[in-house]
Each structure stands twice: as C-alpha cells, then as structure tokens.
Design a protein. Structure first.
Length: 239
C-alpha cells in the first residue's frame, strides 16, 4: 500500500491554481492511497482556526470529504501554519502530528519533520520560532481581531522576506550535523522533511549504515508528491 507525503503547498487565495491542483489530487490520486501526510506550510499563512474564509472553507470541506470516505490524513504544522489547531483537525477529520514523528515505511522506521528546526545556522529564525511557540503568546494573539492578526502576519511576512533575501543561502538550509543528531536520537536511517524547498534525495552514511534524507518539493511551480510503497520511494509531479 502507498503512503503519500506533501509539504510547502503555501495555499493562498491569490494562487487558486495551486489549490486546484491540490483539490484534484485529493479527490483522485490520494483516495487510492493508504494515507496522506502533510508536513507543514500547507497554508501560506494561518491566523487561527476561526478564519473560515470561503477559500479556507473550500479546502477544509474537501479534506473532510476525503477523511469521511476513509483516507487518513496526518497534518504537521509548518512555520507558516503553526497556529493550525484542534478546531481545524475536528473540521477536516485529519490527525495532528507533533514535529518529529517516526512512522513505519515498508518496515523502516522513518522520521517525519517539517524541517525548519534542522536549519540550525539560522539563529535569528530559531529565536523567533521559540517565541512564537509559547502557548500564552498564541492564546493572546488569537484574542486579537481578524484584521489585527492579518496585519501582524503581513508584517511578519515582510520581515521574513527581508530576512531571507539578506541571509546567505547556506544558512537557510539544513545543517548535516543537526540532521544526523536528530536521526540518531530517533534511531532512524530515513528522514522525510520539507521547508527548504530543495527537493532532493540525499544519501549518506550514518552509524556505519546507508541513510537517506528525502526533501519534499514546494508547490509554487507544480504539485510535488513523494510516493512511498513497499518497493520504492519516488517523487511525482502534478500539473
Ligand atoms: Mn517552512
């Protein structure tokens, strides 16, 4: 049976083409699979589960339909949609995963992550991440009006753009040291993550044995899915 992995769709109203590819994928290809794993940055931004815009509702309803028909969907937060919570999970029927989850893929324990915490050279981002994950800050933020939250997120996105355009490329990629540390911690030889938008399979040696890191692709040019069955793992492109 097949398990599907996607991340970094960055769904937003201004890119209906991406949503369309996802919705088509969800009601056709994905329904044949054993499970769908969404590993973060599914939405470009998420200001709270109470934001039921027509765009969000369309996505939520399609996911509900898929889970109702028996497709298990697992959802890990990314750095863009870390405010996805229980209400979203109830509405869609998907199960929330914490960052760093080990699943069995054809007999090999495989670590799943969004991937932002692997970029340990990006100290400024990790500082922000730590603050933004404080529950009390999140609760206060969620009390703000929609408009205030939207303005805040727009400000953050601008800051983030400035940061990514002025930070050297290698700093925003994962560090091999952190990859190996977290894989050893979880006793795995396989890791699947997104976040860096650098779709690839990296092979290296860990603990004297072959190890693999699968980096999921972003959806801004075309849809990208990692398909895993008992025999192989391969990327497919959706248009
Ligand atoms: Mn990300």
């Amino acid at each position: 049976m097949t398990k599907l992995f996607i991340s970094d769709l960055h769904l937003e109203e201004s890119r209906p083409d991406i949503a369309e590819i996802f919705l088509k994928f969800l009601c056709h290809d994905a329904m044949q699979a054993e499970a769908l794993y969404i590993l973060g940055d599914f939405f470009e931004a998420w200001i709270g589960d109470d934001d039921l815009s027509p765009f969000n509702l369309k996505i939520i309803r399609a996911m509900r339909e898929a889970t109702d028909k028996g497709l298990p969907i697992y959802f890990m937060q990314g750095n863009r949609d870390f405010l996805i919570g229980k209400k979203f999970s109830r509405a869609t029927g998907c199960q929330l995963l914490s960052d760093e989850v080990v699943v069995d893929l054809a007999g090999s324990p495989t670590l799943l992550m969004h991937g932002d915490t692997l970029c340990t050279d990006d100290v400024a981002y990790l500082k922000f991440r730590k603050r933004s994950r404080i529950k009390l800050f999140q609760q206060i933020f969620l009390l703000f009006s929609f408009q205030r939250r939207k303005n805040f997120v727009a400000g953050m996105r601008q800051k983030s753009k400035n940061h990514t355009s002025t930070t050297p490329h290698y700093i925003m990629d994962v560090t091999q040291h952190e990859v190996e540390r977290v894989m050893l911690k979880h006793h795995v030889q396989d890791l699947i993550h997104g976040h860096t938008h650098r779709m690839a399979v990296h092979e290296f040696e860990l603990n004297g044995k072959p190890a693999r890191r699968y980096v999921l692709g972003p959806w801004h040019e075309f849809g990208s899915v990692l398909v895993c069955d008992n025999h192989k793992k391969e990327f497919i492109v959706l248009r």
